[in-house]
Design a protein around this ligand. Structure first.
Ligand SMILES: [Zn+2]
Length: 297
């Protein structure tokens, strides 16, 4: 039995451990101009669990159909569960969590849930490049952040055409960021940390020691509720330094919404990580590669 990981674009993955199939997020069907992944939600016929990082469309949209088609149980924030129920997923397939839970996924696989933070998406319109130094924006109130988020939505709407159509079809009415969560999987082959947006609580991360960490590499990092004073590359290195994994797998760094996201330049991230943690391996996966995540550790 070799655990494998398929990247399905953005922050969505499929973790396969023997007979166990776990989706990490479920955003697979995206705008036509985004690079094809090679699979669509309608083709997915096997899933036992869908573990959702937070309720934004680029993470959650698709979970409702995968759950209905496969009978999989969705683990997510109360907001994720509220949306999935509204989308017609039976209550017995919904497991609301907030952090502090440990869920048994199979006889020898568990996942522990921790509270987390969303990236400071309110602080920028387009995604900042990985090596761009971002300073300021400290102490911005919730209300001010909401006002700035409206500017972001206006920007997305101004992209028109297929983006507008996609935003409409994928809109599930998520309130706020839908409760960002962190997941720590323990399997017979190793442990895996999954995070789907660039934010964290330092006090929580520094006590976790995963063998492999899937880390979101997009946007302005959020450390304990405030935007990083520095670049995304520096944020990646600081976060990895807290958990010291042997392998880092990047996520959320592809051009998932052309015109908004852009493909993140990994070179500055690689160079920061190498400087801080020369022994940690940085993996950039292609889509659907069935990567043996714990091999060689
Ligand atoms: Zn989000």
């Amino acid at each position: 039995m070799t655990a494998t990981l398929d990247w399905l674009g953005c922050a969505t993955f499929r973790l396969t451990i023997g007979n166990l199939v776990v989706f990490l997020d479920a955003y697979i069907d995206r705008v036509p101009s985004a690079a094809p992944i090679g699979i669509s939600v309608s083709e997915i016929d096997r899933a036992d669990w869908i573990v959702v990082g937070h309720s934004h469309f680029d993470h959650l949209y698709g979970a409702e159909r995968i759950a209905r088609a496969t009978g999989a149980t969705v683990i997510g924030s109360y907001e994720t569960v509220r949306i999935m129920e509204a989308q017609g997923v039976p209550l017995k397939q919904l497991m609301p969590v907030a952090g502090g839970e440990k869920v048994r996924l199979a006889h020898d696989v568990t996942v522990a849930v921790y509270p987390s933070q969303h990236s400071c998406v309110w602080s920028h319109a387009q995604m900042p490049p990985a090596d761009m130094m971002c300073l300021g924006d400290l102490g911005v109130t919730y209300q001010e952040q909401q006002a700035r988020l409206q500017e972001l939505w206006s920007f997305l709407e101004s992209m028109g055409g297929e983006v507008m159509a996609h935003l409409q079809v994928s809109a599930q009415g998520a309130r706020g960021d839908g409760g960002a969560l962190l997941y720590f999987f323990e399997t017979p082959e190793g442990s895996l940390l999954y995070q789907d947006t660039s934010g964290h609580w330092s006090g929580i991360l520094r006590n976790l020691r995963p063998d492999v960490a899937i880390l979101a590499a997009a946007g302005r990092g959020n450390i304990d509720g405030e935007p990083i004073q520095g670049s995304l590359a520096q944020f990646m290195a600081r976060r990895a330094d807290l958990i010291r994994p042997r392998r880092v797998i990047l996520s959320h760094h592809d051009n998932w919404l052309p015109g908004f996201s852009g493909a993140v330049d990994v070179a500055p991230i690689r160079s920061e990580l190498t400087r801080w943690m020369p022994k940690t391996e940085l993996i950039e996966m292609g889509y659907l590669q069935a990567y043996p995540i714990f091999a060689g550790l």
